[in-house]
Write a protein that binds this ligand. Structure first.
Ligand code: SF4
Length: 308
């Protein structure tokens, strides 16, 4: 039984699902095993996380389930973990590409009723493309099924954000435009954009045409959200992301620049405001979010003058 590692980042902690994901997205970074042991029982995950939470309770406000697999690829497991996490008195967020309906939806609605009324259960529903999904994510629920998930979750009072990640260098903007339209129609609360990661062997980017990858800026980073801190190449065309963000905003979508910030927004956690650089004006304002160009790239903060 592997020892799990947890790390508080921007007020949230990621909790693993503990079973290999059957969806097999071509960009999936979990297959290298660098982000945690592949198989751990829900009971063991909860036992180890409860021990961590006892020591670090004041340091985080949100628990985010799912970075090593999809919590609703096997819904009973996701529900069991969420029920166990409910008792810790924190906001809960799950990250998924599953089509959540029927029994799984009922289970999730029950989790929500067990969560204290001042706490929020929310979801990140991920998409990386639209028409290209059969090639890029051949075994994953279709984008249309993920829109059903957003609608279903809304019905039971669980707000969703769409994680547009990874933004893929060879996918045309038109697919992202379709994605924004569909997600806004489905009732999502906003969008997050995320980079494409690659390990040294380039296992997660082999499906991307070489010419598209070579023209995308990449830099070696220690992955900040992972307790295992792998060093990977982060491919991210900031200018393109800004254009996509502007497009989403023009259609009425809110844009966030990190999932920590987005989830904090859903649970009305405005503590990140305190981290806004004192006395400085942002470089840009998008949907109530202040953007600052920093040495490590664009950083985003809630803006007190913003609209959201
Ligand atoms: S859904 Fe997530 S964990 Fe599963 S294969 Fe796709 S990227 Fe990997």
């Amino acid at each position: 039984m592997g020892t799990l590692q947890f790390r508080v980042e921007k007020g949230r902690v990621l909790v693993p699902v503990g079973i290999p994901c059957p969806f097999g997205c071509k960009y999936c970074y979990t297959r290298s095993g660098e982000v945690g042991p592949p198989r751990v029982t829900p009971q063991e995950i909860l036992r180890q996380f409860q021990a961590f939470a006892l020591l670090h309770h004041a340091a985080f406000h949100t628990i985010q389930l799912g970075y090593d697999s999809d919590p609703f690829a096997y819904p009973e497991r996701g529900i069991e973990l969420l029920h166990g996490l409910c008792a810790l008195g924190k906001h809960l967020n799950l990250s998924t590409k599953a089509c959540i309906e029927g029994e799984a939806l009922r289970g999730l609605a029950e989790v929500r009723t067990h969560l204290a009324s001042h706490l929020v259960l929310s979801a990140l529903v991920s998409l990386s493309c639209w028409e290209s999904a059969p090639t890029v994510e051949p075994h994953t629920p279709t984008p249309a099924q993920r829109m059903l998930t957003i609608r279903s979750l809304k019905r039971i009072g669980v707000p969703s954000l769409v994680a547009v990640r990874p933004v893929l260098p060879h996918i045309p903007d038109a697919e992202y435009e379709r994605l924004f339209d569909e997600a806004i129609q489905a009732g999502c609360e906003g969008f997050i954009f995320g980079p494409l990661y690659s390990d040294a062997e380039e296992r997660f980017v082999r499906f991307v045409p070489k010419e598209a990858l070579s023209t995308t800026p990449g830099r070696l980073v220690v992955v900040p959200w992972s307790a295992h801190a792998p060093t990977w190449t982060r491919y991210e065309d900031e200018a393109r992301m800004q254009c996509l963000a502007a497009l989403a905003t023009s259609k009425g979508g809110h844009v966030f620049w990190s999932s920590a910030l987005a989830v904090a927004s859903l649970s009305k956690q405005e503590t990140l405001l305190e981290k806004r650089p004192a006395g400085s004006d942002p470089d840009r304002l998008v949907g109530g979010i202040a953007l600052y160009q920093g040495p490590g790239g664009m950083q985003a903060f809630f803006d007190a003058r913003g609209t959201s």
